[in-house]
Design a protein around this ligand. Structure first.
Ligand SMILES: [Zn+2]
Length: 198
C-alpha cells in the first residue's frame, strides 16, 4: 500500500468519489465489506500473487522491484493483469487490489505522484466510505479496521477522513453519499438523516 504523499485538488477528490460510487454500482456492491477479489476479476483477466512468481527466473525479484505491494500490467491484447504481494496480510492485499482496480477504472497509463495518490484515495473511499462508517456507527479506528476488513494503517486514514467528513457534513448529503446510500438501500430522506441515523 502506498500512503498518500500529496494532496489533490478539491475537484479531483470530488471526481474520484463519483467514480468510486460508479464502480461500486457497476459491480453491484450492496454491503461492506465485500469481496475485493471478485471486483478485481471484473477488470483483470488474471490476478497473480507474487508467490506464484517464486522460482521463475527474476519473477519474484522483478515484482518486488516494481512494488512491494502490487502492480498492474496491460497485455498486448488490451487485457489487464494484476500482480499482488500475498506475503502481506489480507486487509493489506484487499487495499492493494482496490488500488490497482483504481488505476484501471480511472484510465491511468503511467505512475505519477498524482495517479498514485488518486488510486490510494480511490481504494480507501471504495473500501471505507465515510457515509457508510457513519451508518455502521464505528467509534474508532479499531472498529473501522475490523468492520471494513482493512489494515490498521488504512483505518487510521479512514478515521481521519471520517472525522473531516463529519465536520463538513451539511444537511443535504452529497451526490456520492446519496449514491452510496442507494447501494445499501439506506433511507436518507427527511427525519432519519437529520437525526443522523442514515
Ligand atoms: Zn499504484
Amino acid at each position: 500500500m502506498k500512503t498518500e504523499k500529496i494532496y489533490l485538488k478539491y475537484n479531483t477528490y470530488e471526481y474520484l468519489k463519483k467514480r468510486c460510487v460508479a464502480l461500486l454500482e457497476h459491480c453491484h456492491v450492496d454491503d461492506f465489506p465485500y469481496y475485493v477479489y471478485k471486483v478485481a476479476l471484473k477488470f483483470a483477466d488474471r490476478i497473480i500473487p507474487y508467490s506464484k512468481l517464486k522460482g521463475k527466473p527474476n519473477g519474484y525479484a522483478k515484482a518486488m522491484a516494481m512494488s512491494k505491494d502490487g502492480f498492474t500490467l496491460q497485455m498486448d491484447d488490451g487485457r489487464w493483469r494484476i500482480y499482488y504481494n500475498d506475503d502481506n496480510n489480507i486487509p493489506r492485499c484487499r487495499f492493494t487490489l482496490m488500488h490497482e482496480v483504481g488505476h484501471i477504472w480511472l484510465g491511468h497509463n503511467q505512475s505519477t505522484e498524482v495517479t498514485e495518490s488518486s488510486a490510494d484515495f480511490f481504494a480507501r473511499y471504495c473500501l471505507v466510505p465515510p457515509a457508510i462508517v457513519h451508518h455502521f456507527h464505528c467509534k474508532n479506528e479499531q472498529e473501522i479496521a475490523s468492520h471494513f476488513w482493512i489494515s490498521d494503517e488504512a483505518a487510521y486514514y479512514a478515521w481521519e477522513h471520517y472525522i473531516s467528513w463529519l465536520n463538513r457534513r451539511v444537511a443535504d448529503l452529497s451526490e456520492p453519499d446519496k449514491g452510496l446510500c442507494r447501494l445499501l438501500h439506506i433511507q436518507t430522506d427527511g427525519k432519519k438523516h437529520k437525526e443522523g441515523i442514515m
